[in-house]
Ligand binder design. Structure first.
Ligand SMILES: C[S@@+](CC[C@H](N)C(=O)[O-])C[C@H]1O[C@@H](n2cnc3c(N)ncnc32)[C@H](O)[C@@H]1O
Length: 523
């Protein structure tokens, strides 16, 4: 990728202005959203005596210089193409006037859509002149002849928007993470709309940096920008503020403070095939929980992260199968009890025990909902690899198996299996990978009896959704690589693990939520 930078200088002389006129201009409202406080292209033009230099630079974009730079980048002078450079410093430009002229537009449009070439008289002929066209069909570029190394004119490939989006994806993520970490969304929820300067004062940041972050968030669809200032969108109020019932704030802070540094070491993780805690944080404990739980802050951050995802997934996990025949359940590694509480609400006859490490159980009070009836949920502390497990006729492992390698899973499953009576069951909630890890399942489409056109449209929609789910699952598998010794597994991999320990009748529900659910019975 080639990067070039430049600046453009334009001098603007204001005339002598009376205070009265200035106030009138202010009250017109025009200056309010203008960098520099006036709009030379509109009312503000009356304030200006003269302009030396590029007028459009004052309006906001130095188009002429920009186009010259583009021409340099796309058409650098070389032995092969110097002879074509008949025009001044940039090739011919489609003016706005051309675009407003319906007839000439349509004829030019046709001409420009096919490849064309400037001949020595400056007219178009078939060949290699390129002009860009935006999604609304309005041409925005200027013609630039392009040649390959052999001097043959060619049209560059379409802009690979998907690749560019992925390439820059980390910037968008980081903007979201930092805005959350700085509690910008919280301030806007309670006091918005606010101007950049007010937010900067509230959170103690620079005005220029804050304004850029807010503008980026607005461009990403997270914020609304109006003359009154920046405000949250509805989904930001629901998911990104820290006090919302379904807030993802806990997971976002975990992503910023832990996952981000771990993913920075993804390259080493791929080379070595192992987790990267020592590189990201300078220490390596026996397992990831000892890493996370060694400080009170780390512990609460991890618990908040687990809690926020559990709140969003618990309903789908609890209802994926009818569990009403069970009287007692034990959620092993049940953390803050979010799933347990959902279960007792849906199945009023079910008593649920949450079993987790002592460090976690000591902190559950932070996550207890206030004023809610929580009597059937009991919390027990212990180590599920070493200690005796509570008795129950339904065991639950939600996001537990993916943390561990097969050897450890065998230890845990054999303990659970030994405790199960015939008819007892095990419910596993994990992101289940599709079998090939390449092809989306077509089962849904085969079951549709609809017209062909409709089927194709639906197929594309379903496949798009499936692709998105699949990439989420496979990226989650990378997430496990950088921080654990575990991994995400496919349905048949889970089935094999479970059957080895006497669990049969393995049923899998793909929920469409972040977690899928597997139910199996001990025979
Ligand atoms: C990835 S979290 C999943 C939490 C919860 N089940 C959920 O889905 O939101 C793993 C949980 O297992 C617990 N855990 C890890 N090792 C454990 C052990 N040896 N004994 C008991 N719990 C353990 C952790 O404290 C943590 O709460």
């Amino acid at each position: 990728m080639e990067i070039t930078d430049f600046y453009e200088e334009t001098k603007v002389k204001f005339s002598e202005l009376s205070e009265e006129l200035l106030w009138e201009y202010i009250h017109s409202g025009e200056p309010m959203d203008k960098a520099g406080g006036y709009g030379i292209q509109a009312l503000g033009g009356m304030l200006v005596e003269y302009v030396h230099g590029d007028f459009l630079n004052v309006v906001g974009f130095p188009l002429n210089h920009f186009c010259k730079k583009l021409a340099e980048l796309y058409y650098p002078p070389s032995k092969h193409n110097v002879q074509h450079k008949k025009y001044d410093s940039i090739p011919s430009v489609d003016t706005f006037e051309n675009l407003s002229d319906g007839e000439s537009e349509s004829s030019n449009f046709t001409e420009h859509k096919g490849a064309s070439k400037l001949d020595s008289s400056g007219k178009h002929s078939s060949g290699g002149v390129y002009t860009s066209e935006n999604s609304s069909g309005v041409r925005t570029g200027f013609t630039v002849p392009l040649e390959n190394q052999n001097g043959v004119s060619q049209r560059p490939p379409e802009v690979p928007s998907k690749i560019l989006e992925l390439m820059d994806g980390f910037r968008a993520s980081k903007a979201l993470l930092v805005a959350s970490k700085l509690k910008i969304f919280d301030h806007l929820k309670h006091k918005g709309p606010l101007k950049a300067v007010d937010i900067a004062n509230e959170i103690g940041t620079s005005v220029c940096g804050t304004e850029r972050l807010l503008d980026a968030c607005a461009a990403l669809g997270l914020l609304e920008k109006t003359p009154q200032g920046y405000g949250n969108t509805d989904s930001v109020n629901t998911f990104l503020t820290s006090d919302g019932e379904y807030s993802l704030h806990g997971y976002i802070i975990h992503s910023n403070d832990h996952l981000w540094p771990l993913f920075t070491n993804l390259e080493s993780a791929i080379k070595e095939g192992s987790r990267q805690n020592h590189r990201a944080f300078g220490k390596k404990a026996e397992d990831l929980f000892k890493d996370y739980y060694h400080s009170q802050e780390g512990k609460q951050c991890f618990m908040a992260a687990m809690h926020s995802i559990a709140r969003l997934t618990a309903r789908d996990v609890a209802t994926a199968f009818d569990l009403s025949r069970f009287k007692s359940a034990c959620d092993l590694g049940g953390c803050t009890g979010a799933l347990a509480r959902e279960l007792v609400q849906i199945y009023p006859n079910l008593k649920v025990t949450v079993f987790d490490l002592p460090e976690v159980i000591a902190n559950i009070s932070y996550f207890q909902p206030s004023g809610q009836h929580t009597a059937p949920v009991t919390f027990v502390s212990g180590d599920f690899f070493k200690d005796k497990l509570p008795e129950a006729d339904l065991y639950i492992l939600s996001r537990i198996l993916h943390d561990w390698p097969d050897e450890k899973i065998h230890v845990l499953l054999s303990k659970i299996s030994a405790l199960c009576r015939p008819g007892s069951a095990l419910l596993v909630a994990e992101t289940v990978l599709d079998e090939q890890k390449t092809h989306p399942s077509r089962a849904v489409l085969q079951s549709l009896s609809i017209t062909e056109g409709c089927a194709i449209l639906l197929a594309e929609m379903v496949l798009d959704d499936e692709k998105k789910n699949r990439s989420t699952a496979l990226l989650q598998s990378l997430n496990m690589l950088v921080q654990t010794e575990g991994k995400e597994r496919s349905g048949s991999e889970y089935q094999a693990l479970l059957e080895q320990h006497g669990f049969t009748n393995v049923k899998i529900r793909i929920t469409g939520n972040l977690l899928d659910v597997i139910l199996c019975v001990k025979t």
